[in-house]
Write a protein that binds this ligand. Structure first.
Ligand SMILES: O=C(O)CCC(=O)C(=O)O
Ligand SMILES: [Fe+2]
Length: 241
């Protein structure tokens, strides 16, 4: 049976999310700011967990793979209750947007609940959890990328800023680049505050043109941190191979 939200940490902000507005912002801008999702204590808890080896299944030194500079760690199963709750409770609203996108693009739709997505991932051989925490120090950055971990890619993901920009760190903006077919790419820079979320496409989103909808590719990354430390919680909804 699916765990109920009653044994999960309090996340009151999730009840008030305006999914229609988030969908409209994604369609218009290519990303959507959610406002504050985690309180400062919850952000501090996520930063503290970064140094607990047993919480993670794998760690990536970004420079070693030429992904940038910094370190990120994928949570092991079972996910910390806070992360599990975010994944389960953000999913249905995102699935609403994803299903609308699937329809206009003529793609297969998505399950209404995260448990259904996990089952579909398992059937595709994708069993490993993908939520992660990233840490960057001075000069740290993250090259533009897409978080694809197998054949099954749920189209939306979310990041939550765990530090206070311009207090804990400088630089380190969230960068998005939209690559439009046969046109120049469009850059976007977002600066979420402490505990605030940003929703964005994993690979592409539909855009209406003169002859119906087409796909515009999207990649995301982080500009160089100039000073201090920057931590982000990344919630990706599909599991990995
Ligand atoms: O803001 C960041 O550190 C980038 C996060 C990221 O790449 C992700 O959440 O997938
Ligand atoms: Fe990413």
């Amino acid at each position: 049976m699916a765990p109920t939200t009653t044994d999960h940490p309090a996340l009151p902000a999730l009840d008030g999310l305006d999914w229609t507005g988030i969908g409209e912002s994604l369609d218009r801008e290519g990303y959507a700011a959610t406002g504050r999702l985690l309180d400062p204590a919850q952000c501090a808890e996520m930063i503290d967990v970064f140094d607990r080896d047993e919480a993670f299944r794998s760690t990536v030194e970004m420079a070693r793979l030429s992904f940038g500079e910094g370190r990120y760690r994928y949570f092991a199963d079972p996910l910390p209750p806070l992360v599990q709750t975010l994944r389960e409770r953000l999913y249905p609203g995102l699935a609403g947007v994803a299903n609308r996108w699937a329809e206009v693009l003529g793609e297969e739709g998505w399950p209404a609940e995260h448990e259904g997505l996990v089952e579909r991932c398992a059937a595709a051989g994708q069993h490993k959890p993908t939520p992660l925490v990233l840490r960057y120090g001075p000069t740290g950055y993250n090259c533009l990328h897409q978080d694809v971990y197998g054949d099954l890619t749920f189209p939306l993901q979310l990041l939550i800023m765990l530090n206070t920009p311009d207090v804990d760190f400088t630089g380190g903006e969230s960068v998005f680049v939209e690559q439009r077919p046969r046109q120049q790419s469009r850059p976007m820079v977002v600066r979420p505050g402490l505990g605030e979320g940003v929703v964005f496409p994993v690979r592409y989103r539909p855009k209406q043109g003169s002859r119906g909808y087409h796909r515009v590719q999207m990649r995301h990354g982080v500009s160089a941190v100039h000073s201090g430390q920057r931590h982000v919680l990344g919630i990706i909804f599909h599991n990995a191979r």
